[in-house]
Design a protein around this ligand. Sequence first.
Ligand SMILES: NC(=O)c1ccc[n+]([C@@H]2O[C@H](COP(=O)([O-])OP(=O)(O)OC[C@H]3O[C@@H](n4cnc5c(N)ncnc54)[C@H](O)[C@@H]3O)[C@@H](O)[C@H]2O)c1
Length: 338
Amino acid sequence: MVTGSAGYIGSHACIKLLEDGHRVVGLDNYSRGNPGATTALERFPGFSFVQVDIRDRSKLLNVLKKNEIEAVMHFAAYAYVGESCHTPLAYYNTNLVGSISLLSAIAEAGVTRIVFSSTCATYGEPPADLIPISETCEQRPINPYGRSKLAFEQVLKDLAESDEAPHGFCFAILRYFNIAGADPRGRVGEDHQPETHLIPRCLQAALDDHQVITIFGTDYPTDDGTCIRDYVHVDDLVDAHVKVLESLKPGDGKIFNIGTGRGYSVLDVIRACKKITGVNFRTNNGIRRKGDPPVLYADPTCIQKEMGWRSKYTGIETMIADAWKWMLKNPHGYKEDD
Ligand SMILES: NC(=O)c1ccc[n+]([C@@H]2O[C@H](COP(=O)([O-])OP(=O)(O)OC[C@H]3O[C@@H](n4cnc5c(N)ncnc54)[C@H](O)[C@@H]3O)[C@@H](O)[C@H]2O)c1
């Protein structure tokens, strides 16, 4: 079962699992996801979809039992840092209460394997000497989004050590950095409303000359003065999920950072987007946003060594090119397909 299957990463994970020959039940309440993503997934014979809220424990239990679910990839969440500061209750309600409801249904149904989408936002603003960030870096999130994800990490660890866990229970926590790109074959892509991620924002600006990209801070202590982030192709990310899921054995509790170990500045990304699209879209310089650390990138050594996972798409340009391909085909996102 894939929760959040109508969302950006969940839909890509479904395709990967289906292509690997698994049967997949996608689950989403469409609060943030797209029915068009479900339509794309329903082209695969092994896929079925249920519209359920993860807070509805009894419906979840029904779905888990009826479909004889063996493992869960849990992507469903609210995932906007800024929004989480304005509506923290909604974030704790979905990301923590909802995830606990899911976990409790999983335990009752006797499902033993879960892979949970966590985030580098659980690390907060690590000091410069702790970058690149490894899994042992202290987790001090600075917003409700990061705190809601960290709280559920702890729930997973506590359950695993208790008698409430089903026999053979195992879990993995994957802390992603910035995910980008789209299915290289263009079947699904990124369509967030509103879009806050830099790459799709730039691509939207390349399509619509009314849009201007604001660079939040040009006075950071980096070479070009803009923030540096670690971008991972969504195809690499879902590959990591499958590798980790397949490796899980009873009693395991694996934790991995998912990044490339290489950072790109905001200006690097803008330059690459202009190159790929051939459009010199407009930008302006704005002030820093609260809570944006200057440099964040992962130390991916752990997953590389333990899982043999490595990002296939190391350059930012392939990620941008795949996202651009999707956007040219779907300039209004999934809307036309709904
Ligand atoms: N996109 C990134 O760069 C990134 C980085 C770090 C972590 N993550 C994590 O990865 C996961 C997926 O992110 P995404 O970018 O695909 O987000 P997304 O918003 O595209 O997808 C999330 C999906 O969850 C669904 N959902 C939300 N609340 C639900 C509920 N109560 N019941 C059922 N479904 C519900 C939404 O409708 C949506 O389809 C999230 O958990 C997010 O925190 C994403």
